[in-house]
Design a protein around this ligand. Structure first.
Ligand code: SF4
Length: 577
């Protein structure tokens, strides 16, 4: 099942070619491994984000096994001015592989808006003039109409936020999935690329159908019958709302407190009981972890026109638009998620920017006039909805800066002591303790997904570890997650895909590896990413944690700066950095 086909599309010349890079897949497995090498090789130091390539990569298990359904996108992040790494599910990896493209690398930029129609080997550049200015929803509908035909299809598109260069603009994938974080939508907007439609009709043959079927069913059983993924199957990640609230680790009102009195009203249970109407899944995944709620909308102020919109939700979105803004009702949270979605804004960054804005207003750092007449108050959804619109269209200087991210806001208006971000990336929804803080600081994308510090904190509440041990655990998690992300296995499925399961799944497809080899490659790829980050100016020596997270109590008590430094030191030693 050798992978190695890299479709290179150059936007500037409107040409494409397929390169055979089996060497890269042999050396780096696939996914983020191959994409990291391609990004490094094709991005001279300090290249602007609009001139750097976008790389979409699949891995060897994609399409063949349950939960192997993601695609990685690597790019230069306009938000952090450093490595952008984001994952999306949906049908993208299957469509890419069936079209015969293990990787799609997009370089250059267009002069006028276009979208790409990729059907197997054919790549068409189509004028997107009429789509420019449309929402992600309308664009998706039109792209679907314009690309009838056979095969598995995936549709990517940006909204107005991406066109207008909001640095945390995202990309909608197949309506219910997203390349959410670090601003891929902004990069596509700068390249004048409104969307991509990828359709594939190829077939693949496995070496032995009988062995493959046995292996597939073995993994399917592990996913469905052993309870290892029940959390995602039942309430989904929104189950975390009450858990974190009880731990006093749920960011509330711009991380000023970590228990939310309205948590019951936005809990996973509340969503499931009142607004959940269905679950959906990436292809191919038997777990329907994508929880979809119905939102009743009134289209017309004279009570003539109503409709129902279906909105996917999960924990991070509920934290960002719920507790972090003092919003305590499911319908209000859904309205915020829906607005960000159609505008093409990343929900986490948007929620943190609005949280900072509210506190900055309360402290007199920004005025009503600067906010274009709006007065932000905790829990006031109608004002926050207007602010999302303003961030998208930036009618004045404040909203233009808000669209650059919280780091730009603190530089311009002050308020660093309550600006919760890591190297410019707005924080995710955890204040569990020191492993979470360090995990975000040193993590390649400054996310909880890099090394799951939040999970280490939860475990060490009952079984304490030394700072050196915590640093080592974070480093081990970095490495193994890099392996999983090179294979492109959904991280929710990591309890299923143990090293033994991974090796046997690969072997059935004709790829023999050892655990030592996988770990060695994981570490090597991790260092490739560090190399890219260093090339773009990132330094471990100048890192500092968000002041607010040191100032406020976590479930582990107050996190001391010395604790952070000791964990970082152990982590560095473990990675030999
Ligand atoms: S567990 Fe959820 S996110 Fe992961 S592949 Fe399955 S449906 Fe997609």
């Amino acid at each position: 099942m050798n992978q190695g086909k890299v479709l290179h599309i150059d936007l500037s010349s409107q040409t494409s070619e397929t390169m055979e890079r089996y060497d890269l897949f042999e050396k780096y497995i696939g996914g983020v491994g191959v994409a990291s090498k391609l990004l490094l090789d094709n991005t001279p130091p300090n290249t602007n984000y609009e001139d750097a390539p976008i790389i979409f990569a699949t891995g060897p298990l994609n399409m063949f096994y349950p939960c192997c359904a993601k695609t990685v996108a690597l790019f230069k992040s306009p938000l952090t001015d450093n490595l952008g790494e984001s994952y999306a599910g949906g049908k993208l990896s299957m469509a890419m592989r069936l079209a015969g493209h293990d990787v799609i690398m997009i370089t250059g930029k267009l002069e006028k808006p276009h979208y790409l129609l990729i059907q197997d080997d054919s790549v068409e550049f189509r004028n997107a003039h009429a789509l420019w200015g449309l929402s992600t929803r309308a664009t998706g509908r039109i792209l679907k109409e314009k690309s009838p035909g056979e095969g598995k299809r995936s549709i990517l598109r940006i909204g107005v936020a991406g066109e207008n260069q909001v640095r945390y603009a995202m990309v909608v994938v197949d309506t219910i999935r997203h390349f959410g974080r670090l601003g891929l939508g902004c990069v596509m907007g700068a390249k004048k690329l409104k969307g991509l439609v990828i359709t594939g009709t190829r077939n693949y043959k496995v070496p032995s159908v009988k062995s493959y079927r046995t292996e597939y069913m073995k993994i399917h059983e592990l996913v469905m019958r052993t309870g290892r993924m029940d959390k995602y199957d039942i309430l989904g990640t929104s189950v975390n709302i009450l858990t974190l609230n009880e731990m006093q680790a749920l960011p509330t009102r711009n991380f000023s407190s970590f228990t939310f009195e309205g948590a019951e009203g936005i809990s996973g249970e509340q969503f499931a009981d009142n607004v959940l109407v269905g679950k959906s899944a990436c292809v191919p995944c038997p777990i329907g972890c994508i929880h979809i709620a119905q939102l009743r909308v009134q289209f017309d102020s004279k009570h003539r026109d109503y409709g129902t919109i279906y909105v996917p939700y999960d924990y991070e979105l509920i934290y960002a638009f719920g507790s972090n803004l003092g919003i305590g009702g499911t319908e209000d949270v859904l309205q915020m998620i829906e607005r960000a979605d159609v505008r093409g804004l990343d929900a986490i960054s948007s929620g943190v920017v609005l949280g900072w804005t509210t506190e900055a207003y309360n402290k007199g750092l920004v005025t009503t006039e600067e906010l274009d007449g709006l007065i932000p108050r905790w829990g006031d959804t109608s004002v926050y909805l207007k602010m999302l619109d303003n961030i998208t269209t930036h009618p004045n200087e404040f909203y233009r800066i808000a669209g650059l991210g919280i780091h730009a806001l603190e530089k311009r208006y002050g308020g660093s002591e309550f600006a919760v971000h890591f190297e410019g990336n707005e924080a995710t929804g955890y204040h569990t303790g020191p492993a979470n803080i360090v995990g975000h600081m040193v993590g390649i994308r400054h996310s909880h997904l890099d090394n799951a510090g939040y999970s280490i904190d939860q475990k060490t509440l009952s079984k304490p570890l030394t700072n050196v041990e915590v640093g080592k655990l974070l480093a081990e998690e970095d490495t193994w997650r890099t392996v999983l992300n090179s294979l492109i296995i959904c991280l929710f499925a990591r309890p299923v895909f143990t090293p033994d399961v991974v090796l046997s799944a690969l072997k059935i497809l004709g790829e023999e590896r050892t655990v030592e080899e996988l770990n060695r490659i994981g570490e090597e790829v991790f260092h490739l990413k560090v190399q890219f980050k260093s090339q773009e100016g990132f330094s471990l020596d100048t890192l500092s944690p968000p002041a607010r997270l040191l100032e406020r109590l976590s479930p582990h008590g107050r996190v001391e700066k010395s604790t952070v430094e000791e964990i970082i030191s152990s982590w560095r030693n473990s990675h030999d950095l």
